[in-house]
Ligand binder design. Structure first.
Ligand SMILES: [Zn+2]
Length: 219
């Protein structure tokens, strides 16, 4: 009887230990439900942007500004061949704003802009996590021109950086903007976004079109 009680006690202890281990393990690996849109599907099949009026996002530059979308999503001839991302032809030192409110998760701002034939540096960037777990990626920012810090809460429309020419820009200054499905962010899981204040033509998927101009309206 005493032995049985002891065994029960030990067994209970191990069960609790196992449960504790599983809890820590799952927390560490973010065992939450994630409907993953992995890139097993071709880019264009993932590119369903919905009605822009319903978008949570605004263009990542200030109201009243107008820029060309220098590269759109799923561009077979460019860096976005398998990305639901956009490039906007902002010039060096133009203002970048938060397309959606969230928490700053990662930044880099130590890389110089490309000048002439200088070998590509890494890009300066900001990553901001939104309330639904998605993460916006703003890249090619100007050196030492990130105005937010890790863990800072930013509001939609807040100025967060200056645009630049850092990283692999093909030597054309621009802002790269894309959204990933969860943090830690990876290009393997991206989500289609458009912008509710973008005045300009949309394609049949509800996405922006390369070489077209987009003006940021008030939102
Ligand atoms: Zn890009």
């Amino acid at each position: 009887m005493v032995i049985n009680t002891g065994m029960k006690s030990i067994s209970k202890k191990y069960t609790l230990l196992l449960l504790a281990f599983l809890f820590v393990f799952c927390s560490a690996y973010k065992c939450k439900e994630k409907p993953l849109e992995e890139k097993s599907k071709p880019c264009l099949e993932r590119a369903q942007f919905g009605n822009p009026e319903d978008s949570e996002y605004i263009l990542p530059f200030p109201a009243g500004k107008k820029y060309v979308c220098s590269q759109s999503y799923c561009n077979p001839n460019g860096g976005h061949s398998n990305q639901l991302a956009y490039d906007f032809a902002l010039q060096i030192s133009d203002t970048v704003i938060a397309a959606r409110s969230g928490i700053v998760k990662s930044i880099r701002e130590d890389q110089p802009d490309r000048v002439g034939e200088i070998t590509a540096s890494n890009h300066n960037f900001i990553m901001i996590e939104h309330s639904d777990g998605t993460v916006a990626f703003y890249a090619h920012l100007k050196q030492n021109s990130v105005f937010v810090t890790i863990d800072e809460k930013v509001e939609q429309g807040q100025i967060i950086a200056l645009s630049g020419n850092s990283g692999n820009t093909m030597n054309f200054p621009h802002l790269h903007f894309g959204v990933y499905e969860f943090w830690p962010a990876t290009e393997t899981y991206d989500v289609p976004v458009n912008f509710r204040n973008a005045e300009g033509p949309m394609d049949s998927n509800g996405g922006l079109i390369a070489d077209e101009w987009y003006e940021a309206k008030c939102y």
